[in-house]
Design a protein around this ligand. Structure first.
Ligand code: FAD
Length: 667
């Protein structure tokens, strides 16, 4: 099992996908009715995949742990979704979107997949508009666009600060049509605990009904894992509280390789940590960097005075402010990619210029935008000599129309009015580029087991560009998987229903039941959160925004020890045969304690810096990431061998035939 063949079609880059679609096997409509597909996860990736496959005629079963697909983590996405429609006429094209994504990911993603993503991006917008997604429009009726980091065009489509929610309502509407037709059977409040393999193929899952505690068997001809990212292993992150790695990790343990686990995105614009009481961090969308300017004081004494409350940011003169992104990266300014902006914030704060009590915050300031918008508005209203207060009021109205819900969220959390005083922000864990290794067809190394959306590793290399996650999830679900899965299922038209009454299902059910009982039987001294927080601290301090050999070796050791202690001393109250949220959490944290170790091993293996993976030993004199294309131009794909420490590394060498491998520069 587990041959690493990425199955990239031959031929010119721009023709690969069309050629592939023309050549792969199809399943005729009558036969689709006899084929079952399980989709685990009903966020944007799983929801769109389930709806599309059911529309094609497959019998689909969906699973999610929330009480409705509408509550998937995708609902939190704020800023927008990319597509190369070039509505702005600013030079965009499929190639540019492809190029920006490859460069943004620091040349650690697969060209063929990324080009396909760019190619289908425009279809996604058309599909969503047809579903009624209320994208923002310009005065003339065309869809509006804004800019996100790492690009020089405006290609981000958005629905105020609620793009994910609106897109998810579209996908959920499409799912509901199929639920109503009986083509999708939706299992909510169900958690996948294991993947079942029969004759080496994915043939079903074991799930737990989270309300009754009942363990269930579900079979299918193919299984899609679309269960999102694993950033919550850091404990504090911008993810929803329930986001976890369980389905992907247990699939990994059944034979699916796990790719680039250490590639994590730390987003530069989040509300800073305020203390040990917190269990969640809040994102301030990247869209805010279209208009907000990032700065810290130029002088250490001013930073100190601000931290001590003796000086207000609004009192600091323009010449005493250091707009460090504009200074260091004049071409991209505040819209450099996330990894670059995050590291630059850390560098300033580490040097003593941080502006909140803990010294871990920088400013995101809208004063200039308010004045610029206000002046323009006053001018168009014929108010040639408008006073400052009028300009400000008009400017604030425009900023409110663009970002009102984000400003409101900030004020509710921080209790400061961001129209009047700059926001404080700091980087936080936000997205995982790593995930289940998949080939061009989105199939993992387990035949019949696919992975879509954030759960797979496919398109973003070492750093994801803003507004590209929604694009990838929906590309996978609406436009890739519905084609590629047919190629595999064409061999299953005569298989008939898969029985759940088999030794393989017996064995899988026994294993998960034993694991749940073991967690309950330990009756130790420490809560699940105790371990999760400790793991998060190790991850943040030793595997976070910057990493080094010594710290990573310590992390590997400490995580293994913490895991050992967890299995001796964790306390999980309640019982297995009922609703038990501590038990749910315990299972998820047990998996985080395993992937954490693999994460650190992966970061230790990669003796280079690229994108979000910054090894302190490998940096340019200016402190930029220093890639080593000769030795590390590969996707690391890890095979599970019993314990994380025994995992075996496989390498998918990346070929770059359509872009020149260059040092990534945003200057
Ligand atoms: C605050 C925030 C803002 C963001 N803004 C943007 C943005 O503007 N643009 C952009 O492109 N990206 C954005 N992102 C990233 C983007 O939202 C996510 O990457 C994307 O929505 C992930 O979609 P998904 O379908 O892969 O997974 P998710 O939406 O995370 O869905 C996971 C699904 O899997 C289910 N699940 C998980 N485990 C199990 C299990 N064991 N058993 C059963 N079901 C399971 C869950 O119930 C859920 O249905 C943002 C992220 C955050 C946190």
């Amino acid at each position: 099992m587990g041959k690493l063949d990425s199955k990239i079609p031959s031929g010119p880059l721009a023709e690969k996908w069309t050629k592939h679609k023309n050549e792969i096997d199809l399943v005729n409509p009558a036969n689709k009715r006899n084929i079952d597909v399980i989709v685990v996860g009903t966020g944007l990736a799983g929801g769109s995949a389930a709806a599309s496959m059911a529309e094609l005629g497959y019998n689909v079963k969906t699973f999610c742990y929330q009480d409705s697909p509408r509550r998937a983590h995708s609902i939190a996405a704020q800023g927008g979704i990319n597509a190369s429609k070039n509505y702005q006429g600013d030079g965009d094209s499929d190639y540019r979107l492809f190029y920006d994504t490859i460069k943004g990911g620091d040349y650690r993603s697969r060209e063929a997949n990324v080009y396909r993503l760019a190619e289908v991006s425009s279809n996604i917008i058309d599909q969503c508009v047809a579903q009624g997604v209320p994208f923002a429009r310009e005065y003339g009726g065309l869809l509006d666009n804004r800019s996100f980091g790492g690009v020089l065009v405006s290609r981000t489509f958005y629905a105020k600060g609620q793009t994910g929610q609106q897109l998810l309502l579209g996908a959920y509407g499409a799912m509901n049509r199929q639920i109503n037709r009986g083509k999708i059977k939706s299992y909510t409040r169900h958690e996948m605990l294991d993947l079942v393999l029969v004759d080496g193929k994915a043939r079903g899952i074991i799930a737990r009904d989270l309300v009754t505690g009942e363990i269930e068997r579900h079979s299918a001809h193919a299984v899609v894992i679309a269960t999102g990212g694993y950033g919550n292993l850091f404990f504090l992150s911008t993810y929803c509280m329930g986001a976890n790695v369980m389905a992907a990790w247990r699939t990994h343990k059944k034979g699916a390789f796990f790719a680039n686990p250490c590639f994590t995105q730390i987003h530069p614009t989040c509300i800073p940590v305020s203390g040990d009481h917190q269990s969640k961090l809040t994102l301030m969308s990247e869209s805010l960097r279209n208009d907000g300017r990032i700065w810290v004081p130029k002088k250490l004494e001013d930073a100190k005075a601000i931290r001590e409350g003796r000086l207000k940011p609004t009192e600091l003169a323009e010449e005493d402010r250091d707009y460090y992104l504009e200074r260091r990266y004049p071409a991209f300014g505040n819209l450099v990619p996330r990894d670059v902006a995050s590291r630059a914030a850390k560098e300033r704060c580490d040097a003593g210029y941080g502006v909140n009590k803990t010294g871990e915050a920088v400013y995101l300031d809208f004063a200039a935008a308010i004045e610029r918008y206000g002046t323009e508005k006053a001018y168009t209203m014929g108010l040639k000599d408008a006073d400052k207060a009028t300009v400000r009021k008009l400017g604030e109205e425009i900023v409110e129309a663009k970002y009102g819900n984000l400003f409101q969220m900030y004020e509710k959390i921080v209790d400061e009015n961001p129209y009047k005083t700059p926001m404080m922000i700091y980087p936080a864990v936000h997205y995982t580029m790593g995930g289940l290794w998949v080939d061009y067809n989105l199939m993992t190394t387990i035949p019949g087991c696919y992975s879509a959306g954030e759960a797979n590793f496919s398109d973003h290399g070492a750093n994801r560009l803003g507004a590209s996650a929604l694009m990838q999830g929906l590309a996978d679900g609406y436009f890739v998987l519905p084609y590629t899965i047919g190629d595999y299922l064409a061999d299953d038209i005569r298989t008939g229903p898969i029985s759940t009454d088999s030794p393989e299902f017996d064995e899988a059910e026994k294993t998960v039941t034993e694991k749940l009982n073991k967690l309950l039987s330990i009756k130790g001294e420490n809560s699940v959160d105790y371990y999760h927080k400790k793991l998060g601290k190790i991850m943040w301090n030793k595997c976070g925004m910057s990493r080094n050999e010594e710290g990573l070796k310590e992390a590997i050791k400490e995580i293994a020890e913490l895991r050992e202690d967890f299995w001796k001393n964790v306390r999980v109250p309640g019982e297995a045969n009922a609703k038990n949220q501590e038990l749910e959490k315990a299972g998820r944290v047990a998996d985080f304690l395993e992937i954490g170790e693999l994460f650190a091993m992966d970061a230790l293996d990669r003796e280079e810096s690229c994108g979000g993976h910054f090894r302190e030993e490998y940096q340019t004199p200016e402190g930029e990431a220093l890639r080593d294309d000769e030795n590390y131009r590969y996707v690391s794909a890890w095979e599970f061998k019993g314990e994380p420490k025994d995992s075996k590394l496989h390498k998918e060498e990346l070929e770059f035939e359509n872009v020149e491998l260059k040092t990534r520069s945003y200057k």
